[in-house]
Structures are given as C-alpha cells and as structure tokens.
Design a protein around this ligand. Sequence first.
Ligand code: HEM
Length: 434
Amino acid sequence: MDSKQAGHCPVTGHGQTPLADMTLSNPKIGAQPNAYYQAMRVEDPVHYDEKLGMWLVSRYDDIVTVLRDPLTYSDKHGYAAQYASGFFQEFKAILERDGGGFFPDAIKDDPPAHTRVRRLLDKAFTAHRVATLEPGITAIITRLIEQLADKAANGQVVDGVNDFAIPLTISVICEQLGISQFNSGKIQRWSSAVTAQIGRMQNREQMLDNAAQICDLQNFIIAEMKARETEPREDMISDLVHATLDDGSKLTFAEAVSLIRALIIAGNDTTATAIGNLLFVLATRPEVATALQASVDDERLMNRFVEELLRIEPPVRGLAKMTTREIELGGRLLPKDAHLLVLYASGNDDETQFTCPRNFDLNRSNIGKHVAFGVGVHRCVGASLSRMEIKVAAREVVRRLADIKLAVPVEQIRYQPTVAVRSIERLPLTFTRR
Ligand code: HEM
C-alpha cells in the first residue's frame, strides 16, 4: 500500500503517439487519460488541445496558480465560452421560450459578484451543519445497500452507479433542498443534460434533447420556489427564496433559480461519481478493499481513505477558465481570452507532488493536498457534505457486503462522453452479503 514499500511506480507512459495526435475529446483517451496527462506534464504542461480548442493546464503548480488568481483566470468567461459550445444562441432561445428563462449560473461569476452569493452558500454547507446530517444520511445509505443486497440475492444484476450511487446522492440533496416527491431517473437525466453543457461533446440533436430536459428542470424548480414564496418551510429552497445577503440585498429570481439548479446538479452528479468510483476501486483493487476493511472502525483512517480516493479517482476532471489579460503560465505566454481547461485530475496525478501517484497510499504525508475540490474562492461548496456521504457509503458498504467484483470485463466499463467529469455510466457488480 505504501508507495515506498511498493518499490517502484507503475508506468503510465503514452507509448509512441505524439502529443499533438492526442485529444481529450477522444473517448478512449477520455476513459483512460492518465498517460495523456503525464505526457503533457512532462512535454508541454500548458498544452493546446487542437480538437477541443482549449489550453489544458496539467501541472499541479500551474493549476494552483490559476485557481488562486480568479481575476486573471475568469470562471465567468471560461464557463460562458464553454456553455452549450457551438449552439449557445439556439440553446438560450429554447430555454427562454420553454424553460421560464435563461438563467446564467450565479455562482459561476468572478469576484466581487461571486463573493455575494458564495457567502450565502457557505453558510448552508458548514462542516458543523453537515455533521448533524450524518445519522439521516446513514439511514438512507443502509436502506439502499439492503435493497441492493436483496436484488442480488434474487439473482438480478446490480448496477453500482444507477442502483446505488445515483439514488443515494439524489436522495440526500433532495432532502436538503426540501424536495419530497422526486423521481430519481428524471433528476439523473436533468443532471446529465446540465453537465453536458460544459462537456463540449454534444451534437445538435443531443443539445435539443438536453435543452428540453433543462426546461423541464427549470419549470420544476420554479414551481417549488413559488410554493414557498408565501409559505416558507424548513428547507434550503425556502432559505434561498427568502435569503437576505450580507449586503442587505435579496437574491433575484434568476439567481435563486440558478443556485437551486446548481445545487441539484452539483449535489448529486459529482458525489455519485465518487461513490461509483469507490465501488469500482473496491471491485478492481483488492489491496484497497483490504485497507478499507482495516480502517472501517477508525474515523481518522476513514477520512484519509476518502481523501486518497478523491485524489486517485477525482470525479471532476476539468473545468474551464478564461484569461482576462496576456499572462505567462507554465513557461507559455497566453493571450487575453485564452480558453483553459484546468485539469484537476492531472494535478492529483502529478508525480512532483504525489510519490507514485497511481498507487493508492493511505500513508501519504500530503494526503489532503489534492485538488479534487479545487482551490481558492471557487473551491467546492459541498466538500464537507460529499466527503461525509462518501465516508458513510464506504463504511456501510464494507460492513455489509463482501467479495465485491465486476460482473463484466473491465474493458466494458464506459464513461460519460464529457471532458468535465469522468463518470462511469454503468457498473455491473457481484458480491455477497456479510
Ligand atoms: C465528490 C464530490 C464533489 C466534487 C469532486 C466536487 C468538485 C468541485 C470542483 C472541482 C469545483 C470547482 C472549483 C473551481 O472552480 O476551481 C466545485 C465547485 C462547486 N461545487 Fe462541488 N464537488 C463535489 C460535490 C458537491 C456537492 C455535494 C455540492 C452541493 C451540495 C457541490 C456544489 C458546488 C458548487 C455550488 C460549486 C461552485 C462554487 C463556486 O464557484 O464558488 N459540490 N466542486
């Protein structure tokens, strides 16, 4: 387990393919990207991916530089340039016509506008508040695991992503927001549709389908908001509808819709990916399953397990930023309006920071240094909540299930077609009940 004991690191070299011929938009590279990341870090750390039309930032230090300077590397402009890439005007018109309006993402802004709404969200997701949620989340997770085990006992194939990870994270975020009646399948389709807008891999037909899904999502959110305008409840949608910000202002209607939309999507998609990755790692790396088994009753080790899982299999692969002025980064002079993809996943894999990065190593001295949640002002709002969900899922899975294995050859595991996240689509599993 310890990389020093391991003696040598697994090699991830990219063979004979020249860097210029590789692209993250190639589904094969997107599925197994570590060799591409390594090649960029070594040969061309701020690399122009021709097919994507973006500069890929691959080294840990450069990633941190970008994230610590949100005025030079704009989240707002990077996100806008990424959004519904190639179809933006048509997409916007559909949302205005059928989805109650086009609501730009209020959290995807630059300071100082960003700071105004960010403070509000920070208050909703403090570590203290999240800790009070653990018993309720444990109950949701144990119920789902028992259902999973029943399904397997009846001889049915169990899908770790669609039968467990996704319903789990959807239940948790819906409970927080106060959405009592929900259809997991629908929320999953909404999430994929929103994530596809920053994924750069949708064609026009897919864009039209996704736009219809997002209209449906927004109409749903608007109805939920209206229901709470005169009768607030004890939930996060009511908090957002009636919130007074630090500067005394209220959220606009558009800001409130966009924030609720962001929480529904960010609150389930990424954490579900992390929990899918957890099951994948347990099914394919017996040494990790053994380490988890040995850590399960130790809170400190469980926290380290979660951090190492997020480092080695980060759910968010890369998000966009845009330069607001000419700037040198990683030895490369970038012009104003250069469109960047910040590769958090490559930062987590950077051998100058993490010894033998492909080894799952609970003894790393810098285990919390990964950038899976980002760094700086845009650092993930939901980090405490998702860490807790992953920890409880890991603990309850290993306490209740044994011999978790893939039910299909590993080559058949497919990933969602997007550069933004690296998410397993389906994860057929076999296991026994403890
Ligand atoms: C394992 C799960 C998660 C991962 C890996 C993750 C990762 C990230 C990353 C990389 C960012 C962007 C940082 C940047 O721009 O550099 C981010 C931002 C954000 N995340 Fe998460 N996230 C997760 C779970 C959640 C959850 C559960 C929620 C909400 C309940 C959430 C809400 C948000 C929001 C609202 C932002 C925007 C923050 C801002 O721009 O100020 N995330 N997350």
